[in-house]
Design a protein around this ligand. Sequence first.
Ligand code: ADP
Length: 521
Amino acid sequence: MESRTFKNKVQEFIRERVISKLQLAYFAVDEQMKVRGASSNLSDYGFPKLDIGKPVDEQIDFMIGMDAKTELDLPVVGSPSGIPISVSLMPDDDQLTVLISNASTATEQRQLLQQAANENELLVEQQKKLMSELEMASQELEQKNRQLEEASRLQTSFISGVSHEFRTPLTSIIGYTNLVKSDLAKMSEEMVPRIAKQDSDDYLSAVQRSSKHLLSLVENLLDHGKLDSDEINIRPKPTDLNELFRDVELLLTPLSTTKDIRFDIELDIPSDFEAIVDDSRLRQCLINLVGNAIKFTDEGGVSLKAKLENESLNVSVSDTGLGISADDLKKIRLPFFQAADTGKVGTGLGLTITERIIEMMGGQLEIESELNVGTCVTFSMPAPLIEPQLAVEQQLSVNLTELRVLLAEDDSDIADLVVMLLEEQGVNVRRVVNGALAVAALQEADFDIVLMDIHMPIMTGYEAIEELNKQGNTTPIIVMSASAVEDDQERAKGLGCAAYLVKPVDVQEILSIASMVIDVN
Ligand code: ADP
């Protein structure tokens, strides 16, 4: 009983939801084509109420000539009501069922389907077109990107090239100015009147200041270019941090003294360990930060604090100077940015470079500042500790009068300067102007050390060093180059050179390296 009720319900459901939606009507005939039964909604299409047991072709026109065995689909047929109908003849074992549905809805649906299919095709076409446009745009973008990268690479290498070219003449300017200044200081009043001496000294100081500024600009530009092209490598090595900080103090105290401001340094670094850090890069960052603090402070002072704790180096540089406005503080890390109205000379690169290097060393830089109150820059970076290595006993004093130096340098200004400075110290110098002559000179005579420029005509410094290596040369070679590019330094190291000095080289630096690398009895 229950199942019948359920069946009835399903039939009712189908009738209501499906059949009524499709406006489906039907009738069935037996093998003799006599009506067996029909749905009541046949009348919706204008058909008469069918008489059961009577031949169907007498009652419905489109059944004339049909038989009970043929399966047939008539997509559109007229009905007495005028509504187009679809008719499906479905033969079964002993009867033929005829289904009738509203063909106008079907046609409409077909049209809609066709329309949807067309639209879909159109959309697919449009999508294809868009995809190919997108592909082209992304290819163009990629090409533009490559061009931009290439342009930026060329710009960087141009800046590096130009900066590099500036180094050599700057070496002469700075060297000769120092020389004239020290000669002037030695001159008595009979030789130069006091006023003229003072004036000349002032002029020379101005030349010194400007050329030093130019040199720092060149160095900053070179560093910035290197940072841009990832050419800076961090090379940590065991370092006595106390010594490093004291060096920075020694170097910068004269600046604070000139400005008549305080420069305090407070160190809390255990002295029985060495820290593994890149000493020259850390020194560069400290000089930049303390240099800035002194530069932007006219009253009060600067304080440098460093504490080594849990293998981390925490540094703060605070000053009571001009300070930085909140607006400027947001832009301060951008390359070439300088706050307006400070009235100080600079490049706007120091802070950018310092921050990047500190990040490369695994640290982080923070800046706090208040206009007209002061600035505090802090950074922390990893500084793993090791027990100090036993210092190799080194011969630190060299009998300079016995030192025989071969200088290979094609730039006569630089060569004259280096020769003069070395000879002033009593060193014996022989000068040649290219690599081939250096090789020849070493075959002819003994030298304690070779100072080798790299870019020289006929035979470059590298070619000469390679040739000398082939010949089994044992004389230590110090490369002196205007190129601060690390690849060059690596190449020199690979060729077994004793040291690589970047111009402008300091004669004291040459001598201290000489004292470490040669064996003078
Ligand atoms: P530079 O000092 O060569 O101009 P920096 O990149 O080192 O370049 O600094 C960028 C700018 O940040 C400076 O021009 C200055 O306006 C500001 N600045 C940096 N340090 C300080 C400081 N200690 N006090 C005040 N202003 C500072």
